[in-house]
Design a protein around this ligand. Sequence first.
Ligand code: NAD
Length: 328
Amino acid sequence: MTTRILVTGGAGFIGSHYVRILLGPDGPGDVCVTVLDRLTYAGNPANLDEVRDHPGFAFVQGDICDTDTVTALVREHDEVVHFAAESHVDRSIDGGAEFVRTNVVGTHTLVVAAHRAGIRTFVQVSTDEVYGSIETGSWPEEHPLRPSSPYSSSKAAGDLVALSYHHTHGLDVRVTRCSNNYGHHHFPEKLIPLFVTNLLDGAQVPLYGDGGNIRDWLHIDDHVQGIELVRTRGRSGEIYNIGGGTELSNDELTRLLLKECGADWDASVLYVADRPGHDRRYSVDCSKIRRELGYVPRVPIEEGLARTVDWYRQNRSWWEPLKQRAAL
Ligand code: NAD
C-alpha cells in the first residue's frame, strides 16, 4: 500500500533533496509526498522542479505554526518527516524569535496534530549542534544537551517537545541528529556554497577566527540515506546520530575548496572576526545507526566537494539571484 508522507520544509536544501530521492528512480516506489513549506527566504520552489509533475507529488505553501493547516494536512498522511526550520546560526545570533517560533512552536504544532491524527511515524530531523562543542572524542546519543546558539537551543527544545509526545502519548517519534551537510541546492549564505560561489566569482572568502573550528562534513546523499533508514527501520522513541566521518578544520576545508575552484590562498582568504559563541568542534558518534540500521556514509569528501563545485559552476542561474536578493 502507498505510504503518504508529509514532508515539512521540503523546498529547502535537505528537504528538497529528500523529496527528489523519495520520488526518483532510487526511491522506495510506494510513497506519495506532500511538501508543506512556508517559502521563507530559504525555501525555493525551483528546488522541486524535478518532481513537480510526478503524480505522487503535491505542494502546499503554509506555516507549520498554523494549527488549522497542519491539522487538516496531517490527517491525510501516514507519516511526517519534519525538516522545516530556521537553520542559519548567524541569523539566530542577530535575532532568535523566529527560531523559537518555527523550531519550537512549529514542532509542537506538528506533534500535537500527529498525535491526534494517529500518525504512524514522525521523524524529527535535528542537528548535532544540540550537543554543544566537544574537545576530544565524539558524542553518543545519550550525551547531555548543551546547545550554544539560539539556533541550536531551539532545535534542542524541538527535539525534547517531540520526544515528550513519544513518552507521554506513545507517538512514534524518531529523532535524527546529523552533522554539517553539504551538496547542491545549498543556500549561498552557508559556508561551503558561500565560499564556492565567491571563488567562482573571483571574490575573497571570509574565514571566521583562526580557521581552526572543526566540523564533520556529511554529503546530502548520505544524510538522506540515514533518514530513510530511520524512517523505515528505526525504533520508536529513539535518537540516531548521522555523520559523514570526515572531520576537517575550516582551514583544511577552505584549502580543498580553493584547489577545486583553482584559486590561491593569499589572494582569496580573508580572516574575519569570529562568530560570537562559536563552537570549536563537533563530532558525532554514529555507531548506533551503523550497528542497528547498517548505515555507511558512501560519498568521500573529495568526490562530494568536486560534485558540489561542479553543480554551482553549472547552475549560476540558481544561485546568482539568491545572492543578490540576500546581499551576500
Ligand atoms: P533550509 O534553511 O535550507 O530549509 C528550511 C526550509 O523550511 C525552507 O524551505 C523554509 O521555507 C522552510 N520553513 C521555514 N520556516 C517554516 C515554517 N514556519 N513553516 C513551514 N516551512 C518553513 O534548511 P536545511 O539546511 O535544508 O535543513 C533542514 C533541516 O535539517 C533543519 O531542521 C535543520 O535544523 C536540519 N539540519 C541541517 C543541517 C545542515 O547542515 N544544513 C545540519 C544539521 C541539521
